[in-house]
Write a protein that binds this ligand. Sequence first.
Ligand SMILES: C[S@@+](CC[C@H](N)C(=O)[O-])C[C@H]1O[C@@H](n2cnc3c(N)ncnc32)[C@H](O)[C@@H]1O
Length: 245
Amino acid sequence: MEDHFGEAVAVRYDERYESLASPDVVSPIVDFLAGVAGEGPALELGIGTGRIALPLAARGVAVRGIDLSEAMVERLRAKPGGAELEVTIGDFARTRVEGSFSLVYLVANTIMNLTTQDEQVACFQNAADHLGEGGCFVIEVLVPGLQRLPVGERYQPFDVSSTHLGFDEIDVVTQRLTSHHFWIDDGKVQVFSPPFRYAWPSELDLMARLAGMSLRERWSGWKREPFTGESGKHVSVWEKPRTSA
Ligand SMILES: C[S@@+](CC[C@H](N)C(=O)[O-])C[C@H]1O[C@@H](n2cnc3c(N)ncnc32)[C@H](O)[C@@H]1O
């Protein structure tokens, strides 16, 4: 498993995605996750620099995490409360941590970092294996933007500014997507092109079903906005059934 979030990315990650760490963005996510977690504990797959895990832990939910990148986790550990969070370095599709969780969650399109269907299926199974009965797996991920892709076109701009150019390169046959980022800093350009695999909500529902879970809720945002044909992303909650009445 290749680590695309090494030192060169981690050193600038919080600065570049500062807007995603604002209270306006983070508070509804933490409210939603704390509500689903109940008594906890919660497990974040792809915990990164702790954007969500740290405020969720500050809310009183015991949080643990898995991440592939030592460099990202080093940033988390340096933040207030970060040293107390238990993080396992490994691939979240297969890495097992001790315990049974009421919530496993995966935000910010991170399921797409798994670039094959097999890996995504394994991730759903791994999430289910970590959940206790009645526990939930929550994912925040984009809806593939194919309605905006003309026939025969592969490239789609998602951000164009004086400091950042971002283009998705989409392969509609393999469902592979490469996000090409060109960050412009003091006249220097830094290129970051991580590979992804996109999946429709229905395909994710089937992965959940293969892992013994079923869809409980689907929204277009963390404030439980309705999910419609025009939604650009979804927040989905799959539940592991209780075996006894
Ligand atoms: C876009 S960042 C999101 C970080 C954090 N969840 C947040 O919302 O700020 C994705 C994180 O997932 C991690 N990651 C990607 N693929 C992974 C994998 N297969 N196993 C474990 N971690 C992975 C990366 O190292 C990175 O820290």
